[in-house]
Design a protein around this ligand. Structure first.
Ligand code: THU
Length: 129
């Protein structure tokens, strides 16, 4: 896996964010096992609740394109934060559902800092059926 490339794609995906309410752009780049990169951005809504985070946009996009749950190798997430961005609880739950437990999650900010973790480290004891 080319980690640098995935991180750069996550930063690139920030450009597509629709974030007129928070003005906080987030990008995600999800790598599938055939080495395709699925990009996602946050998409906000005037009613706030329907807002979709970048991570979920990337995952839902890949699933809608026919990729199967757990067929992903890594995800990078980028935001203009002090420390590398930290995914919200809803996205952590969706990562658990659609990605394997040991899949790397690479969190990035625009200062070039990054932190690598895994799906299960982000949500220990996750609810599953
Ligand atoms: N957001 C993401 O897209 N991913 C995260 O991990 C954290 C938050 C978005 C949601 C909303 O559009 C904006 O950032 C501010 O919360």
């Amino acid at each position: 896996m080319d980690k640098e490339k995935l991180m750069n794609k996550a930063i690139e995906a920030m450009d597509s964010a629709y974030a007129p309410y928070s003005n906080f752009r987030v990008g995600a780049a999800l790598l599938s096992d055939d080495d395709v990169i699925h990009m996602g951005c946050n998409v906000e809504n005037a009613a706030y609740g329907p807002t979709n985070c970048a991570e979920r946009t990337a995952m839902f996009r890949a699933i809608a394109d026919g990729y199967k749950p757990k067929s992903f190798k890594a995800i990078a997430v980028a935001g203009d934060t002090e420390d590398p961005i930290s995914p919200c609880g809803v996205c952590r739950q969706v990562l658990v559902e659609l990605c394997s437990e040991q899949m790397p999650v690479i969190l990035v900010n625009l200062k070039g800092e990054h932190f690598e973790t895994t799906v299960s480290e982000l949500l220990p004891g996750a609810f599953k059926l």
